[in-house]
Design a binder for this molecule. Sequence first.
Ligand code: F6P
Length: 376
Amino acid sequence: MTQYIGILTAGGDSPGLNAAIRGVGKTAIGRYAMEVIGFRDGFRGLVENRSVRLDTSSLAGILTVGGTILGTSREKPHRMLVGGKAQDMTAAIVDNYRASHLDALVCLGGGGTQKNALRLKQQGLHVITLPKTIDNDVFGTDLTFGFDTALGIATEAIDRLHSTAHSHHRIIVVEIMGHRVGWLALGAGIAGGADVILLPEIPYDVEAVAGAIRKRLRSGRSFSIVAVAEGAISREEAEAIVQAEATLSAAGDKQEVKQAKRLIRSLENGRGGHTLALARQLEDLTGLESRVTILGHLQRGGTPSAADRLLATRLGSACADLIHQGRFGVMVAARGEAAVPVPLEEVAGRRKCIPLDHPWIETARNVGSCLGDGGR
Ligand code: F6P
């Protein structure tokens, strides 16, 4: 009997999504004679039943295309804006899954999507996910697709910033995406030879950063490139968060819990402009003129790298194999050359930060990059 599979892309877009859709679709159709239906704009498309049949002709020519042909959104099934109000639309998703006679639903996304997929699994749906995000922070997989492309873009930016920083004897602070993790900043910082690399995992001391830049100055290097992850935090900010978390655990009533949670959220999220502030501080502390480059969404756009196309295609193809075998409720993780099904319960709600003993950290220090903690 023909099997019907639905597919959607959720969360921020990332290079390689179309390669993954194609990998799932071509294997499902060509190898297993399944029917594939794409849902538009993430989970919202499933709520509103906005879909498109994906056949071999609609899957042709998309391997090299950035973004997602299906569209995406950050909407959550259990908290979706309907008529201006957040509502739980899980039941509508379950109804439309059944009405479309789906045998499986493939969700391509990052950490948030893994959580949403687990909720749908708990409603009895046959979900299976693929790990995408430029941040590389999905737990349980060696890599996410999108990361390699963004790494290339951020590295090229650092390369280009070198010549202008050098010519003007300036500090250039370049902000690199990554949400709450530093994989992109660390990877691009090492690959691009940044002099300072600041990560969320290692709260920085601005004096230590300025000291490293002054040391370079004394040895005749009158410019510095500072690669700063968007989620990087100073020691003071990190201490404030620890204190707010202690207040939260000690909170006696609902009101206190609410207040403490609000404070933590504002400390974690309300840091817009911190890269500009850091550049100003470094200018004051070193006497060197400073400039800021925020790479932003440039890192998510455009053609996926060969490595991302390969990863997305092999995980997508393995996903169709697993559906054929009746394996659901899992994320298809990259483990070395293998594609391994990992139960969603092991993945959802966990973030893959850089472990402090990760070899990239040691490498960065060995080649003389300052990580802002006064370490070697
Ligand atoms: O998760 C990918 C990512 O690009 C993060 O690096 C960044 O913090 C966030 O998405 C930006 O989200 P948006 O596109 O919604 O502004």
